[in-house]
Design a binder for this molecule. Structure first.
Ligand code: ATP
Ligand code: PH2
Ligand code: MG
Length: 245
């Protein structure tokens, strides 16, 4: 089921970024044909429902978040794309990885064989990357267009905010953001090329505004350790022990 209000937001995204909606659909059809039938939905539900979930992005605050995240070994972690490399290098293995497969391929390949669950987003500009899905042990497919077959749409646009929409869909009790600063500074782990900076900043703006929208209706309690986001309670690293139970 599509989130009420998603269709309009997706239509705005298509216009702003000049994406071809037909290509988004085509990409989703290809991903659906690659994915095998599985119990991935149940697995994610078991991980997320009623839990405190940490969602990790690649904003500038990721560096200071990593030593804190190491203290929360048992908390469910959803990591967005390029945040995976510094996390894994610091011994933090995410439970769920949200990606459109434009992150570091070596690290994605390493994690693909583990029990971590990949939530791979098919869109019109990553069709040629979808073959990678064949190497992933546990994988769910998403689209920003209409869901069908094995392809879901929980809402969201950038890898990080899609992680938050996923946690909302699966009824997380609390969602706490790390490295999700948005704003006008792109984090160093993001590895964004100079030529792509302008679009990236536009994407971040859109991602933030979608999270502000989510905050108006979600039942999950929302917190951020990163820069303030309307509807999210801003908390310091020191306060984490009180909130993470
Ligand atoms: N200031 C920031 N700089 C970089 N990433 C950020 C920032 N704030 C939040 N994030 C989140 O971190 C996520 C992971 O960053 P990464 O650079 O891997 O993105 P990406 O793979 O290019 O993202 P996307 O494919 O969604 O554009 C982003 O999807 C975004 O939601
Ligand atoms: N068609 C298309 N859709 C997207 C794209 C993109 O580059 N092209 N990037 C996204 C997050 O980075 C999410 N959705
Ligand atoms: Mg990505």
């Amino acid at each position: 089921m599509l989130l009420l209000g998603w269709k309009q937001r997706y239509s705005d995204i298509l216009k702003e970024f000049r994406y071809d909606g037909k290509k988004d659909k085509e990409s989703a059809i290809i991903l659906n044909s690659i994915l095998k039938k599985s119990d991935i939905n149940k697995k994610i539900l078991n991980l997320v429902k009623g839990k405190t979930v940490l969602v990790i992005g690649s904003g500038p605050s990721l560096s200071s978040a990593i030593p804190k995240l190491r203290n929360y070994k048992n908390s469910i972690k959803i990591a967005a794309d390029s945040s995976i490399k510094p996390l894994v290098e610091n011994g933090i293995i995410p439970d769920i990885i949200v990606t459109d497969l434009d992150g570091d391929e070596n690290i994605l390949e390493k994690i693909a064989k583990t029990k971590s669950i990949f939530v791979v987003h098919a869109h019109g500009d990553n069709i040629e990357k979808l073959e990678f899905v064949k190497k992933i042990k546990n994988c769910m497919g998403t689209t920003q267009s209409i869901p069908f077959g094995k392809i879901h749409n929980f809402g969201g646009f950038t890898d990080g905010d899609r992680g938050v929409f996923l946690a909302n869909h699966y009824d997380a009790k609390k969602i706490i953001l790390f490295g999700m600063d948005f704003g006008d500074r792109i984090g160093k782990f993001s590895k964004t090329k100079k030529s792509e900076r302008k679009t990236k900043l536009m994407k971040l703006k859109r991602g933030k505004s979608l999270l502000e929208w989510l905050a108006t209706f979600t039942k999950s309690e929302l917190f951020t350790t990163s820069k303030p986001i309307k509807g999210f309670k801003k908390i310091s690293y020191k306060e984490l022990d009180i909130i993470i139970t």
